[in-house]
Design a protein around this ligand. Structure first.
Ligand code: SF4
Length: 466
């Protein structure tokens, strides 16, 4: 018996795993024993060693099969009450200066061996609100991308934007230089709900803008959040019908997370309030039901598509462990087995770019089992888990590890099973984050043995991680 098999035997003698990770009264009523997860062998890299490590990656590092680039644009003129992202106040001159820095940073990567060996299948402009940039700035950045980065022929290039910042003129400019997917943080179509969380446009205006954008030669995606104050089953159904009526290609459906540093988090604290799980679940079930009626296909636990060309490549790639090169300030990524965080301070970022340097502010050496963890996470994120295939792909006994746990979840109604393939039910998709963490803890036990229970991990500021 291998050490892994011995650890799996011990793992299922631990009450937490033997009982499936919680107490189940019904698929929607589970007391999970949930805890945050980070791989046990991940380590911080000392700032002294980092330049040498980065040099090695650029020269000799082996890229993942396909990879992505994340481009951060931190500017935003909105004040959404649930937002605790790092952001900078909208300012045309500062935005233009930042776009110039991005162009310089991309140009500084020209001919780096690591990149010339890479196949970049996805670029994601995130923020902030990247759609706040001028048409000319978007064009300059895209020009630099085409000059320097080895994009695959069918690369997905997504630009996030608030609806109020995107215009047809900017969209035309972006499409003409290769952006082929736009993602709008609509969150809800209902005017009252939108206004209460800081989204200015009324429903009629949202419908008008989205319908006009949908006629362009690019895929249009929107985000909805369930759990916003004032949402009901009726508004949820109406939101999904509105999204379909505007000819959206796809939709991301996220649960509201209350971040303590957001205005909403502070209000909740002051009122001693927390999110009502029964309400969240009824909104989620309603949304799933309406998405099903609308003919949307579910491609992950948070993403649905109506258009056959919609792929959601960036999300798929990031949850399954592909390289993500972070460009711009205050963002993170992962290349060559090293997790990177870019500078938060303007001065540090701009000085590095002017010197022609790609400068992370901090870095972590990823787990040597990252591919294994990511294979599990990617399957858990899609909601389709095939333990035998995971075992074959990762050359680790994922089947022995996961099958007993998945069988317990099957008896709880969280997954169905046919021919060794486990698929989440609606309640499984609702609980998917907890289930991924449970599988990650099981993987950690198999790889390293019983963890030191005195070492407590932290949630990092989320008030409702489930
Ligand atoms: S648009 Fe995005 S970055 Fe701006 S406040 Fe809203 S959530 Fe935050």
């Amino acid at each position: 018996m291998s050490d892994y098999e011995k650890n799996i035997e011990r793992l299922y003698q631990e009450p937490i795993f033997a009982k499936g990770g919680g107490v189940c009264r019904s698929p929607w009523d589970i007391d999970w024993q949930d805890e945050p997860f980070s791989p046990r062998d991940e380590t911080l890299i000392s700032p002294i060693k980092l330049p040498g490590i980065m040099k090695d990656i650029w020269e000799k590092g082996e890229p993942t099969k396909t990879s992505a680039v994340y481009i951060h644009v931190p500017f935003c003129r909105l004040s959404c009450t649930y937002c605790a992202f790092y952001k900078k106040q909208a300012d045309e001159a500062a935005q233009h200066a930042y776009a110039n820095l991005l162009v310089k940073e991309i140009q500084s990567l020209q001919n780096r061996p690591y990149l010339t060996r890479s196949k970049i299948s996805s670029i994601f402009f995130g923020g902030g609100t990247p759609g706040i940039l001028s048409a000319a700035d978007i064009s300059s950045i895209m020009e630099a991308i085409h000059e320097v980065l080895p994009l695959t022929k069918d690369a997905e290039i997504t630009m996030e934007s608030s609806l109020s910042d995107m215009t047809e003129e900017k969209m035309d400019a972006a499409i003409s230089c290769g952006v082929n997917r736009f993602s709008f943080g609509v969150q809800s179509f209902d005017t009252k709900i939108r206004n209460a969380v800081g989204r200015p446009l009324p429903r009629e205006e949202v419908l008008k803008k989205l319908s006009a954008f949908a006629k362009k030669d690019a895929l249009m995606i929107l985000d909805l959040i369930y759990g916003l104050p004032g949402e009901t089953e009726e508004t949820m159904r109406s939101d999904i019908r509105d999204a379909k009526a505007c000819s959206m290609a796809g939709l991301d459906l996220y649960q509201l997370h209350i971040l303590p540093n957001s205005p909403l988090g502070k209000q909740f604290k002051k009122w001693g309030k927390s999110l009502d799980i029964a309400v969240l679940q009824s909104l989620f079930r309603t949304a799933e039901d309406e998405l099903g009626r609308s003919g949307a296909a579910n491609i992950s636990c948070t993403h649905w598509k109506w258009h056959p060309a919609e792929r959601s490549l960036y999300n798929t790639l990031s949850s399954s462990g592909g390289d993500i090169l972070p460009l711009g300030m205050a963002c993170g990524g992962q290349i060559g087995g090293v997790g990177l965080m870019k500078p938060m301070a303007d001065a540090m970022y701009s000085a590095a770019v002017r010197m022609g340097k790609f400068l992370p502010m901090g870095a972590r050496q990823s787990s040597r089992y990252r591919a294994f963890y990511k294979a599990i996470e990617g399957a858990g994120d899609r909601g389709v888990i095939e333990p035998a295939r995971l075992a074959k792909e990762t050359v680790l006994p994922a089947d022995l590890l996961l099958t007993p746990l998945l069988d317990i979840w099957k008896s709880w109604g969280l997954v169905t099973e046919a021919g060794g393939v486990y698929r989440y039910t609606s309640s499984g998709r609702y609980w998917y984050r907890v289930m991924i963490r449970r599988m990650m803890h099981a993987a950690d036990y198999m790889l390293f043995g019983k963890p030191d229970t005195k070492k407590k991990a932290h949630w990092g500021g989320m008030m409702n991680m489930r």
